[in-house]
Design a protein around this ligand. Structure first.
Ligand SMILES: Cc1ncc(COP(=O)(O)O)c(C=O)c1O
Length: 371
């Protein structure tokens, strides 16, 4: 039996012919670019999250770049980014010539450590940079500590951005991801909690002027008329076929999130005395993009799981400050030792809404017997 890390085929089987019909609808209408499905999906996603404005775009990396463009980031502007994240969280701003400034993460949640952020802001000023933006990443699906980060951002006149590529569907108390920061960005990459069958992304904001600006930036800096280019933009659009697919997937998303939570709870119950299991803070709801354990013998465990054909992944084997392309960028003076240690110990296990309990039991038994 082969165990998939993420089972997109099981989801497709559940949706029956709805996806095929949704795609056929776009083909019949022929509105491939910025068609009816794109507007409908944006409206439905705004309703789902409670955000006032949703602007879709081509992927989660562009979503971050569009936010950087809307805030007119440029050389000498510091963007505070956790060292323990996917490269896009920093890359999106480097192409605007801004400076990613690496901040450490909390050892329990793996999300940005507010104390490390405070230090980094002081350091950036000392280095002659202008602190401009905080990009909190909701790693593995749990929202970052926005209440604490928001205070620091306000005190320092920084724009607070939630990189929610992994956390769409998550919450802090009754506030959903999409509404927790000045801007929220997400990704519809197929493996994300809400994924399409290609690339896709979106920006969420409460500010109608900024939403209109981001829409314009995503369409070549378009003004009111098609060939009226009032600013420098890029071409970053969610295509109508992906939007039509996402409308169908969004219709079962809430139910899938409940199942993800059940699976995460079962993992934690089975593994809590064997490895370090994920910590979700009181009042927080994770979207469980990943179920990530931590253990000193991570590499041995991964090799063992490989041998018994159980897939697992390391997100992420190197913190960004140790990646070739990024090692030249500044790190807060307190260092990022938590990020460096986490990258040696974490291991993500298969999690998706269609993981059966018997298969999950095989996974946990193998982990327990190895450790
Ligand atoms: C934390 C984080 N930020 C940004 C991205 C970028 O999203 P995309 O692949 O849609 O560009 C990802 C995707 O893996 C991610 O995990």
């Amino acid at each position: 039996m082969s165990i998939p890390f993420i089972d997109l085929q099981a989801q497709r089987a559940r949706l029956g012919d709805k996806i095929d019909k949704a795609i056929a609808g776009v083909l019949e209408r022929g509105d491939f670019i910025q068609g009816f499905a794109v507007r409908e999906f944006e409206d439905k996603l705004a309703k789902f999250t409670g955000a006032s404005h949703v602007v879709s775009c081509a992927n989660g990396t562009d979503a971050l770049t569009l936010v950087g463009m809307a805030e007119e980031l440029g050389p000498k502007d510091a963007v505070f980014v956790p060292a323990f994240t996917f490269v896009a969280s920093a890359e999106a701003f480097v192409i605007l010539e801004a400076v990613p400034f690496f901040v450490d993460v909390d050892p329990e949640t793996y999300n940005m450590d507010p104390i490390s952020l405070k230090q980094a802001i002081l350091d950036a000023k000392k280095e002659g940079l202008t602190p401009r933006m905080v990009v909190a990443v909701d790693l593995f699906g749990q929202p970052a500590d926005y209440p604490a980060l928001e205070i620091i951002a306000r005190d320092n006149s920084l724009t607070l951005v939630a990189d929610a590529a992994q956390s769409l569907g998550g919450r802090i108390s009754n506030k959903k991801v999409g509404t927790l920061a000045d801007y929220t960005t997400t990704s519809f990459f197929p493996a994300k909690p809400l994924g399409c069958y290609g690339d896709g992304g979106a920006v969420f904001t409460e500010n109608s002027d900024k939403a209109a600006l981001i829409k314009s930036l995503s369409q070549h800096g378009k003004g009111t008329e098609k060939y009226d280019n009032v600013r420098i933009g890029i071409n970053s659009r969610l295509d109508s076929i992906q939007a039509a697919i996402l409308i169908e997937k969004l219709s079962i998303f809430e139910d899938e999130l409940i199942t993800r939570q059940q699976i995460a709870d079962r993992y934690s119950e089975a593994l809590k005395s064997t490895v370090r299991t994920p910590v979700v803070n009181d009042g927080n709801q994770s979207a469980w993009a990943q179920y990530t354990i931590s253990t000193d013998d991570r590499d041995g465990l991964k090799a063992h799981l490989n041998e018994v054909q159980i897939p697992s992944s390391i997100y992420y084997p190197l913190p960004l400050n140790q990646q070739g392309g990024y090692s030249r960028y500044p790190v807060n003076s307190g260092g990022v030792s938590v990020s460096e240690v986490c990258s040696k110990k974490v291991l993500s296990l298969p999690i998706h809404p269609y993981l059966s309990f018997p298969v999950q039991d095989i996974i946990t038994k193998n982990i327990i017997s190895y450790i």
